[in-house]
Write a protein that binds this ligand. Structure first.
Ligand SMILES: Nc1ncnc2c1ncn2[C@@H]1O[C@H](COP(=O)(O)OP(=O)(O)OP(=O)(O)O)[C@@H](O)[C@H]1O
Ligand SMILES: [Mg+2]
Length: 244
């Protein structure tokens, strides 16, 4: 075993994940994400993008191999340690709409991420107000979340992931189902978080995002991870199979 390189916030070491015995979703997948990096994870539908992200925040565990967060093997964490891992990871889920409390206010939807950590109400108010402002929802605090548009609800989900200022942000298709302009606006929020020092792992097969905002890109192909050039960064096209 090589000593952990502390520059790496997340490391995948020869990870295998099977949902069925004969089918490996991930097969010998290895990659590292440095602190402060912004990395895309791409690949066609069903490639294993969500599975990879879910293993980082310990919603799934690898069948073989290891995933390290700050040098700790997340697959080996005791159940009582998992909440501590998750305090460090903001997650924007692919099915964000199901995570929004539609009958509660915009403020409450974001505040709950801090309430579970026992933050004082004065701190909650200050942070929630600031993060809502940063995602373009300033002044919308009292509105009922279910009355906001899909794109606005997506911003609530992003604000909730960011409000605790986590070192790592996992975004699973956060621009899915948005019109192209809104998708760019939402993608910009992740750039801003990254500019503020947050490490971002962003799963997408949205070719427009990948080419408009080129970053280091890791593709999942037949279960393995492969570094690829984003389309416009190199002037070369990605293999068609990699992007839906
Ligand atoms: N809990 C589960 N039980 C069984 N199979 C699963 C489970 N979760 C995912 N899979 C299967 O694993 C494969 C990878 O799924 P995953 O959701 O990780 O893909 P994805 O790349 O995120 O796809 P998409 O772009 O459609 O979101 C798929 O074939 C999926 O059906
Ligand atoms: Mg997915």
């Amino acid at each position: 075993m090589t000593p952990t390189d502390r520059r790496h916030l997340v490391e995948l070491e020869r990870v295998y994940k099977f949902y069925r015995p004969e089918v490996a979703v991930l097969r010998d997948a290895s990659t590292q994400v440095e602190r402060g990096e912004f990395v895309y994870v791409t690949g066609p539908s069903g490639a294993g993008k969500s599975t990879l992200l879910r293993m980082i925040y310990r919603a799934e565990v690898p069948d073989h191999g290891r995933i390290l967060f700050c040098g700790r093997d997340v697959g080996k964490l005791r159940p009582s340690a998992v909440p501590f891992l998750r305090r460090n990871i903001g997650v924007v889920f692919q099915d964000f709409a199901t995570k929004i409390l539609r009958s509660r206010s915009v403020f409450d939807n974001v505040a709950l991420a801090l309430e579970v950590l026992g933050a004082p109400s004065r701190v909650i108010r200050t942070k929630v107000t600031a993060v809502l402002e940063s995602v373009g929802l300033g002044g919308r605090e009292p509105e009922i979340a279910g009355n906001l548009s899909g794109g606005e609800q997506q911003r609530i989900a992003i604000a909730r992931a960011l409000v605790n200022d986590p070192p790592l942000l996992l975004a699973d298709e956060p621009t899915g189902n948005l019109d192209p302009d809104l998708a760019m606006d939402v993608a910009r929020l992740f750039d801003e978080a990254n500019a503020g020092g947050t490490t971002v792992i962003f799963a997408t097969h949205d070719r427009t995002i990948l080419s408009a905002r080129p970053r280091r890109t890791v593709a999942i192909i037949d279960g393995a991870t492969l570094e690829v050039d984003p389309p416009s960064a190199s002037g070369r096209e990605m293999p068609v199979a990699l992007v839906a």
